[in-house]
Design a protein around this ligand. Sequence first.
Ligand code: TYD
Length: 198
Amino acid sequence: MGTLVALEGIDGSGKSTQASLLNDQLRDRGFDSVVFREPGDSVFGDKLRQQFRDGRTISAKEEARLFIEDRRIDVNENIRPALVAGKVVVMDRYYFSTMAYQGALGLNTYQLQKTNELFAPKPDLTLILDLPAETSAERIRAARGLPDSYEGTEYLRRVRELFLEFCGSDVVAVDAETEVGELSAKILRKVLAVVEGP
Ligand code: TYD
């Protein structure tokens, strides 16, 4: 079996950049690694993207269901086969995102975890790229030219709090308010410790 690593964090935390850098650095070291991103390109992922684009009209429960169905396909088609082939699988978001984002909409995080873990392999390591919701909101505004949204920042604040509540032995927060290269080196160190073992 391979190794499963998940990068999580609120919007604007730099996960996608870091997932791609991590993949490159693992490959440079001779590891057979691959990145998968959620939401994926299933019909469920398409429906979710359309919701984010045109405004959210579905309930939190329906939103969670779509993320979970999208993930079920990702697990069957991408994640499990790569793990069986012995690869290092880097997830750009995974089920802790459902626990935090849909949890912040009022769903029970423990139930969401149980539902996901019935079918989704548990990561060997989850790194939460942590930064204040205000910094995240500023980065999003700068990148997408969106107006200031108090509700948006409040929501991200709750999502961040939940992510931090999940921390434990194999769920670790890293400070994402640092320079890209520095953060990338820190992430690589933590991942190598798991991939290479003690
Ligand atoms: P993502 O594609 O990571 O957004 P971006 O690249 O723009 O940062 O994720 C899209 C949104 O979906 C993001 O706001 C987080 C949210 N999301 C959930 O609410 N639940 C989930 O289970 C996942 C995977 C993502």
